[in-house]
Design a binder for this molecule. Structure first.
Ligand code: ADP
Ligand code: MG
Length: 348
C-alpha cells in the first residue's frame, strides 16, 4: 500500500501554508477585488472600496498577561487591526471582537480589556458592532475583525511598487522588539528569584512602543496634503525584512535598502546593547512596530523627505524577489524571509 507522505508545517512555512491551503479557491463574486495576500481584503462596492482584515491573538503565543495589562491588550488588539486598514490607505469604520475566555478571568479583568477596546474605538472613531463569546480551555483567545472604506483612487496595495520608486518607512524600527526583550528579561529574573522586583525605569520608550503601538495616521494625512500618491504600502508587523519581501513578491520587483538609513531610536540601540544585539537586527527582524513601509515616485524625493517621521531608506529595482541590504562598505546581503516558528519564544 502506498503511504501518503505527511508533511510538517515547518516544511511550507507560514505563508507557504496559507498559499497551499487557499490556492484552490477561485473567485466567484465580481465584487471581490483583492482576496488573500494583502493587509486587508478589498471588496468593490461600485462607488468605493470596502476593506476587511482579521487577526487572531492567543495567550501564550501573542501575549503574556504577566506583563501585559489587560487595558493595554484591548487597545493593542484593536490597533493592530486598524493598522492593516490604514496600510490600505483606508479609513477604519467598524470592528467586531470575539473572545474565548478561560475560568481564570473575572468580570473586572474583562472590563479592563474592554476599557482598552473602547479607548481605541474613541481615538480612531470606529464602532464596535458585534463579535462572539465562548468558554476556552487555553486561556484568552482574541479575534478582531476591522472593516474600513477607501476612495477608489486612494486605495494602496502591496502590489503597486515599480522599479526606481523610493522605499520609505515611518518612525523608527526595532523598539517594540526591545520592549518585549526587556519585559521577558524581567519576567525571567522574577521567576528565578521571587524577591526580585522588576525595575523598568529608563525603558519607557521601548516599553511603550511594545505595549501601546500607534498607527501612523499622521503620515497618511501628510502624504495626502503633500500631494504624494505612494505606489505600494504595507504595515510593519513582522519586521522590515519580511515586509520588504512581501512588497517585492506582490509587485514582482526587487529592492535595495541602505543599512545606515534604517531609522533606529537611541533608546532601542541602548537596549539592544544590553542584549549584545545589533540594533539593525531588531529593526530588520523584530516585529510589532506597526510603522508603515511604502514606495513613492523618485520625483517626490524632496516632498517626501520633508514630511516629519519619514525616512527614505532605498529604492525599488527590477530584480524580482531580490531584497538587498547594502552596507557602508557597499557590500550587499540578501534579506531572507522569516521562517515559521512552531515554538515561539518571543511572543510574536
Ligand atoms: P498581516 O500580517 O497583515 O495581518 P497575514 O500575514 O496574517 O497578514 O496574512 C497574509 C494574508 O493571508 C492575508 O491576506 C490574510 O487574510 C490571509 N490569510 C491568513 N491566514 C489565512 C487562512 N487561514 N485562510 C485564508 N486566508 C488567510
Ligand atoms: Mg499587515
Amino acid at each position: 500500500m502506498a503511504s501518503k507522505k505527511i508533511r510538517t508545517i515547518e516544511e511550507l512555512g507560514e505563508f507557504g501554508l496559507i498559499d497551499h491551503l487557499t490556492s484552490g479557491f477561485t473567485k466567484k463574486q465580481e465584487s471581490t477585488h483583492t482576496a488573500i495576500g494583502d493587509d486587508a481584503a478589498v471588496i468593490d462596492h461600485g462607488s468605493y472600496y470596502q476593506v476587511v482584515t482579521t487577526d487572531l491573538l492567543l495567550e501564550g503565543i501573542h501575549f503574556d498577561l504577566i506583563y501585559t495589562p489587560l487595558k493595554h491588550l484591548g487597545y493593542k488588539a484593536v490597533v493592530v487591526n486598524l493598522s492593516d486598514v490604514y496600510a490600505m490607505n483606508a479609513a477604519p469604520r467598524q470592528i467586531t471582537v470575539s473572545l474565548g475566555i478561560s475560568g481564570k478571568f473575572s468580570v473586572e479583568a474583562l472590563e479592563g480589556f474592554y476599557a482598552g477596546v473602547q479607548l481605541a474605538c474613541e481615538r480612531f472613531n470606529v464602532d464596535l458592532v458585534g463579535g462572539d463569546t465562548s468558554a476556552s480551555v487555553t486561556g484568552l483567545v482574541i479575534s478582531i475583525t476591522a472593516i474600513g472604506t477607501a476612495l477608489k483612487e486612494e486605495l494602496l496595495l502591496r502590489s503597486g511598487a515599480k522599479p526606481n520608486q523610493l522605499v520609505c518607512v515611518t518612525g523608527d524600527l526595532g523598539a517594540a522588539y526591545m520592549g518585549l526583550k526587556i519585559l521577558e528579561r524581567e519576567k525571567q529574573l522574577h521567576a528565578e528569584d521571587p524577591e526580585f522586583q522588576p525595575d523598568l525605569k529608563g525603558y519607557d520608550y521601548v516599553l511603550e512602543r511594545f505595549l501601546k503601538p500607534e498607527p501612523r495616521v499622521d503620515v497618511l494625512l501628510a502624504l495626502k496634503e503633500a500631494g504624494i500618491k505612494p505606489g505600494a504600502m504595507i504595515d510593519i508587523s513582522d519586521g522590515l525584512s519580511s515586509e520588504l519581501l512581501h512588497i517585492c513578491k506582490a509587485s514582482n520587483c526587487g529592492c535595495q535598502v541602505y543599512d545606515e538609513r534604517i531609522p533606529v531610536a537611541g533608546e532601542t540601540a541602548e537596549a539592544a546593547g544590553e542584549f549584545q544585539l545589533e540594533p539593525l537586527v531588531a529593526a530588520l527582524h523584530g516585529g510589532e512596530d506597526y510603522e508603515l513601509l511604502f514606495t513613492v515616485p523618485l520625483s517626490d524625493f524632496d516632498k517626501v523627505s520633508a514630511i516629519p517621521g519619514v525616512s527614505v531608506i532605498g529604492n525599488i529595482t527590477d530584480q524580482s524577489g531580490k531584497a538587498l541590504l547594502v552596507g557602508n562598505d557597499g557590500n550587499a546581503i540578501l534579506l531572507q524571509a522569516q521562517g515559521w516558528n512552531a515554538y515561539p519564544d518571543t511572543g510574536m
